[in-house]
Ligand binder design. Structure first.
Ligand SMILES: [Zn+2]
Ligand SMILES: [Zn+2]
Length: 351
């Protein structure tokens, strides 16, 4: 994602009306600043949409935010997770321990959670190193991964395994509320937006409200990379998934969007059009680059980012290459580019 500045003066808790609050939960040392955790009152107790980063500061902010809403962690009845990323799902396990709440997640992201828990850090690093090698990354970029893999010195992540599946298109089982799951793969394979099919409390025209997670944000383009599944050898097309998902939420035409970062906004359809145009432009720029065969790494070096390539830190370069590859795959799926024959690293060229 492109960094956004956090507005520290914004209130920690906001009442959106109709039994919906947002709580700003900080993400330490991250330009995103905070996750907006949403609290939805139901007939059987408060339900959280996402929980925030697993960190003592975030936990304190979540607890204080719930207190300001007149409730507490212990009273949470359920947790609905938009996607498995740690700034959304990090505190879920702790909230469940303190409250006995259930955790619901789309099965595709639940699979990622299980894989993350079971994966040996070394195997994961080997997978990543192999992938970067095939993308044409220079040895200097791959070497630190091999070194870390050799020592096995990477802490394993232990995200909470969800207890309920979110079924796309279905209403969640919430007393007195109509919250429908809208599967929006792209940012992750199981990313899900939640559509509150209720009249807007301020009477704004449009079709209810949408908890959009990272799928639709007012001023940031979410990262669309590969799905990073070592066991999956199929040519997934995350960018294609994302663009389809954008059109899906655009058609919903919600009166208001409640995203997981930045701030609530209106004009979902317009924002969708902007994002579709942004990616269309990106694909056109990429196609122009592919007049000569290029590896994904070379493509990433030449693509436009929020700063010059030389200034992009190490970890972000790995993410950038993944983003370049998702765009290359889209062009291949559209029949506008192809992989040149002749082994690794893969080289792409315009058709
Ligand atoms: Zn995310
Ligand atoms: Zn996020």
């Amino acid at each position: 994602m492109t960094p956004a500045t956090d507005d520290a003066s914004a209130p920690r808790v906001r009442d959106h009306g109709g039994g919906v609050h947002s709580l700003r939960v900080p993400i330490p040392d991250n330009p995103l600043g905070h996750t907006l955790v949403h609290l939805l009152d139901t007939g059987r107790g408060p339900v959280l949409v996402d929980t925030g980063w697993d960190d003592p500061t975030a936990w304190d902010a979540l607890s204080a935010g719930l207190a300001a809403c007149g409730t507490s962690v212990a009273e949470i009845h359920g947790i609905v997770i938009t996607h498995h990323h740690p700034d959304h799902h990090g505190l879920s396990g702790r909230v469940r321990e303190a409250s006995g709440a259930w955790i619901a997640m789309h099965p595709a992201d639940a699979t990622v959670v299980r894989r993350t828990r079971e994966a040996e850090p070394r195997l994961w690093l080997d997978y990543l190193a192999g992938k970067l090698e095939r993308a044409g990354a220079p040895e200097a970029h791959i070497a630190p991964l091999r070194a870390a893999g050799g020592t096995g010195q990477l802490p394993g992540l232990r995200p909470a395994v969800p207890d309920r599946e979110i079924v796309p298109g279905e209403l969640l089982d919430l007393a007195g509320r109509r919250l429908r799951a809208v599967w929006t793969p792209g940012h992750t394979p199981g990313h899900t937006c939640l559509h509150l099919e209720e009249t807007h409390p301020a009477g704004s025209p449009g079709n209810g409200r949408l908890f959009s997670g990272d799928h639709l944000l007012p001023g940031i383009t979410p990262h669309i990379g590969l799905y990073e599944d070592p066991d999956d050898t199929t040519m997934t097309d995350p960018l294609g998934d994302y663009l389809d998902s954008l059109e899906r939420v655009g058609r919903l035409a919600p009166a208001e969007v409640l995203p997981a970062h930045q701030h609530a906004f209106t004009g979902a359809a317009e924002r969708v059009r902007e994002l579709l145009a942004h990616h269309e432009q990106r694909l056109a720029g990429l196609l122009a680059l592919l007049a000569e065969p290029l590896t994904p790494w070379q493509v990433a070096e030449r693509m436009e980012w929020n700063r010059p390539w030389e200034q992009i830190p190490y970890g972000s370069r790995t993410i950038a290459v993944s983003e370049a590859e998702s765009h290359l795959r889209r062009l291949v799926k559209l029949g506008r580019a192809e992989v040149t024959p002749g082994g690794e690293p893969a080289r792409y060229v315009a058709v």
